[in-house]
Design a protein around this ligand. Sequence first.
Ligand code: NDP
Length: 255
Amino acid sequence: MGALTGRTALVTGGSRGIGRAIAERLAADGATVAVHYGRSAAAADEVVEGIRAKGGTAFTVHAELGAEGDVATLWESFDRQVLEHATSTGLDILVNNAGVTPRGEIDETTPEAFEEAVAVNMRAPFFLAQQALKRLRDGGRIVNISSGATRIALTDIIAYAMTKGAVDAFSLTLAKALGPRGITVNSVAPGIIDTDINASWLRGNEAAERSAAELSALGRVGRPEDVADVVAFLASDDARWVTGQVLDATGGSQL
Ligand code: NDP
C-alpha cells in the first residue's frame, strides 16, 4: 500500500515536464491521478498508459486554460470520469502546475504575452481552487507550482515572475482560509529544470547549460523528478503540519 492509496489527485499540465513527473510520482504512491492537458493529448495519453503499465490508476482531463469556460470544462471532465477510476467523487490533492513563461525584459513584454501569463499562471489556479473546494475532502492538499524567480531577480522573465509572486500570496492566504478544514496549501518553487519550457535556450547549448548548472549550489540543472518528490512530500501525511509555505526546490540556486 502506498502513502497515497485511496486518494484522488488532479495535476494540471500533467502531459509534459514537471507535471508529468508529479503525476507519475503521485500515481506510484498509490493515488488515482487525473492528468490534465491543454494541447498535448498524445503526451497525456502516454502518461496515463505509463502509469497503468506500472499498475497505477490514471485518466486524462482536457481543458485549454485561458480559454472561455476553461475551469468549468476541466471540472466537468473530471466529474464525468472520476467514478470510473476511483471509489468516490471527491478530490484529495490539487496540483496547480500548468504554466507558461513569456520571455522578455519589461520593454519587450507585450500586453498579449502578459495577459496569457496572468490567465494561465494566476487566474486558472485561483478559479480551479475555488471550484475544487466543494470537491476537496477535509485533510486535503493544494500544491501550487511557483518559481525561484520570485526570490531571484531575473529581468528577462519579469512578467512571469510577477505571476508567480501572486501564486505565493495565494498559497499563503488560502492556507489560512482552509486551515479549519485541515487542508494544507503550499507553493513549491523550482529552479531551472530541464523541460520544454527551457528547451529553446538550454538544450544543446553547452555554455547555457554550464551557467544554469552553476546557479545551483549542487552544480547541476534540475530534473522534473527533483520537483515531483517535493510535491509528493507535501501531498503526504508527513507534511500535515506544513501549510502556507513556499518550499524552495531550486537546488540552492544563488544562495
Ligand atoms: P512545460 O512547458 O514542460 O509543460 C507545461 C505544461 O503546462 C504542459 O503540460 C502544458 O500542457 C501545460 N499548459 C501550458 N499552458 C497551458 C494552457 N494554456 N492550458 C492547459 N495546459 C497548459 O513546463 P514545465 O514542466 O517546465 O513547467 C511546469 C510548471 O513549473 C510551470 O508552472 C512553470 O512555470 C514552473 N516552473 C518551471 C521551471 C523550469 O525551469 N522548467 C522553473 C520554475 C517553475 P499541454 O502541452 O498539454 O498544453
